[in-house]
Design a binder for this molecule. Structure first.
Ligand code: BDR
Ligand code: CA
Length: 320
């Protein structure tokens, strides 16, 4: 069993990823930390509680709230994609008795910060802990700055972020997570703990259409399925208007599946850096992925191909 810490800015696709991780017997989710990104971090923590509240857990993973602002840049959020609350405006939905349809889990937030929880877990599970990073890398960079020796005990970081050979999804050039905190991403890549990157080029290979989602969820009455359907409506509307298909990309679920089903993914070694200063290119991930140009000292593995159908079948299998 692989022991993981999820660092997330929940986020509709973050919700898919957290649910997949919690439903994966190959993984033990030891802790979850929130970070600013799709929504301000207070809202992200609230969203995490909502997601955990769907799962009828006997025991909760340790969780803590992380950083409220990127290292250098002012925070940019993504309410236009994920809804004002980050979960497709599901926080406004009510039961017949007037209570919230998706109430947050009734459990207490750790009194330590996200950064300290990351450091505590790295020390508790030396050479074992895998960090699954689904948002800007601010918490990880701050943890490295605070105690590099403890962070060196992390076995690897697997992250969703960046784009290499396509346009960005927040600016013409950059992907959202690295655009929000490019300085943090650059510090993490320079640090030396093994990094696996699942960029937009890979997540765009998995197209979850509205028809498929509807077919998978329509006859299901369980809370998780109803929530996913409700939470995804706003995203799918955004995609219909701005991306060109009626559906959505479940970016953040891919790194989770990469841990449990590595056969679905092909990666190449690369030396990856992040642009921090360019006016038009802030947050751009830079690497030469051509096999004949392989760097002699790669710092990351970059996912280039995904078995999209197998991944989607696996996701819905785990949902059942
Ligand atoms: C990434 O940006 C966020 O909006 C998503 O949650 C995902 O982590 C995709 O670019
Ligand atoms: Ca995310």
């Amino acid at each position: 069993m692989q022991r993981i810490l999820i660092d997330t800015d929940p986020g509709v696709d973050d919700a898919y990823a957290i649910i997949l991780a919690m439903r994966s017997p190959e993984l033990h989710v030891a802790a979850i930390t929130t970070v600013c990104g799709n929504v301000p971090v207070n809202q992200g923590t609230q969203n995490l509680l909502t997601i955990l509240g769907l799962l009828d857990l006997d025991e909760f993973p340790a969780f803590a709230q992380g950083e409220a602002a990127p290292l250098v840049k002012p925070l940019v959020t993504a309410a236009h994609v994920h809804g004002d609350d980050g979960l497709g405006n599901t926080s406004h939905l009510r039961n017949t008795d007037g209570g919230p349809l998706y109430p947050p889990a009734d459990t207490d937030l750790a009194s330590i910060s996200g950064v300290d929880l990351i450091l505590e877990m790295a020390e508790r599970y030396p050479d074992e802990l895998i960090i699954v990073a689904l948002g800007p890398l601010t918490n990880l960079a701050k943890a490295i700055r605070k105690d590099a020796a403890k962070m060196r005990k992390v076995r690897k970081i697997i992250m969703m972020g960046g784009v290499f050979e396509e346009y960005g999804n927040v600016t013409t050039t950059a992907e959202f997570n690295t655009f929000v905190d490019p300085h943090a991403a650059q510090e993490v890549f320079q640090f030396g703990v093994p990094v696996q990157i699942v960029p937009l080029d890979a997540t765009h290979q998995v197209v979850l259409t509205r028809d498929r989602l509807h077919a998978e969820l329509e006859n299901r009455a369980d809370k998780v399925s109803r929530f996913l359907w409700d939470a995804t409506q706003a995203c799918m509307e955004f995609y219909r208007q701005h991306v060109g298909f009626w559906g959505f990309h479940i970016h953040d679920a891919l790194p989770v599946a990469m841990l449990t089903h590595p056969d679905y993914f092909e990666s190449v070694d690369a030396y990856v850096q992040v642009e921090t200063v360019g006016d038009l290119t802030s947050g751009v991930m830079v690497a030469d992925l051509r096999p004949e140009r392989q760097h002699s000292n790669p710092n990351a593995q970059v996912c280039v191909t995904v078995a999209a159908d197998a991944f989607l079948d696996h996701f819905f299998e785990r949902l059942r």
